[in-house]
Write a protein that binds this ligand. Sequence first.
Ligand SMILES: Cc1cc2nc3c(=O)[nH]c(=O)nc-3n(C[C@H](O)[C@H](O)[C@H](O)COP(=O)(O)OP(=O)(O)OC[C@H]3O[C@@H](n4cnc5c(N)ncnc54)[C@H](O)[C@@H]3O)c2cc1C
Length: 398
Amino acid sequence: MQYDIIVVGGGIVGLATALQIQKQRPESTILLLEKESELARHQTGNNSGVIHSGLYYKPGSLKAANCITGYHMLLDFCKENDIPYDLCGKIVVATDEAEKPLLQNLFVRGEQNGLKNLKKLTKEELKDYEPHVNGIEGIFVPQTGIVDYKKVADKYGELIQKKGGEIKLNEKVIDIKAESDSSTVITEKNEYTGRIIINCAGLYSDKIARLTVKNLTIKIIPFRGEYFKLKKEKEYLVKNLIYPVPDPNFPFLGVHFTRMVKGGVEAGPNAVLAFKREGYKKSQINLAELGETLAWPGFQKVAVKYWKTGFGEMYRSFSKAAFTKALQKLIPEIQEEDLVEGGAGVRAQACDRDGGLVDDFLILEEKQVINICNAPSPAATSSLAIGETVARLALKKL
Ligand SMILES: Cc1cc2nc3c(=O)[nH]c(=O)nc-3n(C[C@H](O)[C@H](O)[C@H](O)COP(=O)(O)OP(=O)(O)OC[C@H]3O[C@@H](n4cnc5c(N)ncnc54)[C@H](O)[C@@H]3O)c2cc1C
């Protein structure tokens, strides 16, 4: 059988794309291939579970546009499908004078992105939201919320199948033979043909893209984000979400406190180079993958540019005391013994040859193949909007 569309990757982006194709053209035949034995095992199943509001992103960028549209689509989806979420709001906290202008920039950016009712907070007002926080100024962002993205992704999968789409698990794609009218996707066990192929392989999206794109100018660099959990008896220290002011030169938001929708409070994630693309533990190393990362000219430039930040993150990864110290900037009462090890996630961050960490979502089209080559945070929040865009691109090619 020849499918109209084959999607590679059963994370939230691949699933949302398949769902949106079905919405836009219900009669299309769709196959989604996932290498694991369940959906959403990687980035989607190991993230912070935050519904981002669109505060941080450059106005006019794909991230800004898709975050805000995707935010509303996600909330509607959760309501329609009884998926619990909580729009609890978050505070962003400046802890020293140098962060004040950065916080102000963030406030302006949020307003440019159309966020309503952002509120500037004084030192005293911060305590009304989070009594244990230490800060000199802050912003309250009422739109931010929490959800379980694994639940959302599983529901996307259920609906795709209900509408006649096929999802095949344990199907690792190893090659694609792209032709002008029909392409063959080869997995370790089978071959499938499809008119349009969409690559949503997350941490391996560059590898899948390289199967059909000759001179791909980006490589995925895996950055592990490690979490601690607050012990039950210390959860009272955090009411909702507490974020630091992010370093504008770095694509990650800094370790923060997140109340999870399924209960508990997490602290993290940091950002350390993972020695394996799906390496969730420090001890996991894949020499071939690590070698490729180190040999990538762009990574070498990143290492030179961010060596200080990188070493700091690495140090905090090995030293719980140092991790605790970073958290104490936000909540001084937190002690090392209040934290127990949590999980970890690995971010797929595209890096170009010149050492640029690609900030925006990146969609590359090559004949009948569409490659989603950079879908970092807030891609879980934005999944339905990204999916809608990719569906439109794909259906134009059919
Ligand atoms: C630590 C962390 C915290 C984050 N926090 C947030 C947050 O709070 N809010 C937010 O909006 N976003 C957050 N994000 C970002 C968000 O999780 C990702 O942007 C999103 O999950 C990306 O989805 P994806 O489908 O592209 O990737 P993935 O979820 O990684 O899915 C890719 C899928 O492709 C499969 N695959 C790979 N290679 C192959 C192959 N050869 N054959 C078949 N299948 C293959 C993989 O097994 C995987 O299931 C966070 C990410 C991380 C890592």
